[in-house]
Write a protein that binds this ligand. Structure first.
Ligand SMILES: [Zn+2]
Length: 223
């Protein structure tokens, strides 16, 4: 159900300027009555959460917080609007069949259990087959397309590898993610600085110890 009028549907208490900010992030949501109902209900939810925590949602510093939180969450989860396969889809025909590694791609994500941040770096590698190569910047966009969703690190790692495998059909691909979780650092067990490493190895990286060893040496090298 698309509303084709140029004006967005009204959302309680939000100015046109605020609606435009939301539209910059997710035009589809602000252009449908369903989306606007969800924005309204989400802001009421945040207001209630503030009250539940014991503060006064109407006091000065918190009055616009429901809007800010909803806007921030729409930004954190922009990946839902992306088609990851399409990002990798534009491939080139270049004669190259050696290991390609893009190291230290920074990312941030939200743990789906607590909506707490986790963040770190992703290393993405593949060995092209049949000269199917993609632009190196595409891997950073691919990481973001999956990181900007409600996630767990293990699934994030596997989804990136799955997409590379499906779209580029390489001889092998590998994704290694090192991350710190606010869940672990800031609440619960409170272990500041603890980091978690996950990896997904496909094709030759899974089957051949030497390929895996070459990759891990490159990831662990300083440059
Ligand atoms: Zn968590």
């Amino acid at each position: 159900m698309h509303d084709n009028s140029s004006k967005y549907r009204p959302v309680n208490g939000l100015s046109d300027k605020q609606m435009n900010k939301l539209a910059d992030i997710n035009k589809k949501a602000v252009s449908t009555s369903y989306g606007c109902d969800l924005i309204n209900a989400s802001m009421v939810g945040i207001e209630n959460l503030i009250e539940l925590c014991g503060d006064d949602a109407s006091r000065n510093g918190l009055a616009e917080t429901p809007f800010r939180v909803v806007k921030a969450f729409m930004e954190y989860t922009k990946g839902y609007q992306e088609d990851p396969a399409e990002i990798l889809g534009k491939s080139f025909d270049v004669e190259f069949s050696e290991l390609v590694l893009v190291k230290d791609i920074p990312f941030n994500s939200l743990c789906e259990h607590h909506f707490a941040p986790f963040f770190g770096v992703a290393h993405v590698a593949y060995i092209p087959q049949n000269d199917v190569i993609t632009g190196l910047s595409k891997f950073a966009r691919l990481v973001d397309a999956y990181a900007h969703r409600f996630q767990v690190q293990e699934r994030l790692t596997a989804q990136i590898a799955d997409t590379i495998e499906e779209v580029l059909r390489p001889l092998g691909c590998a994704v290694v993610i090192e991350a710190q979780h606010y869940c672990m650092c800031g609440r619960g067990v409170k272990k500041a600085g603890a980091s978690t490493t996950t990896s997904s190895m496909r094709g030759v990286f899974r089957d051949k110890a030497e390929a895996r060893a070459e990759l891990l040496a490159l990831i662990n090298s300083k440059n």
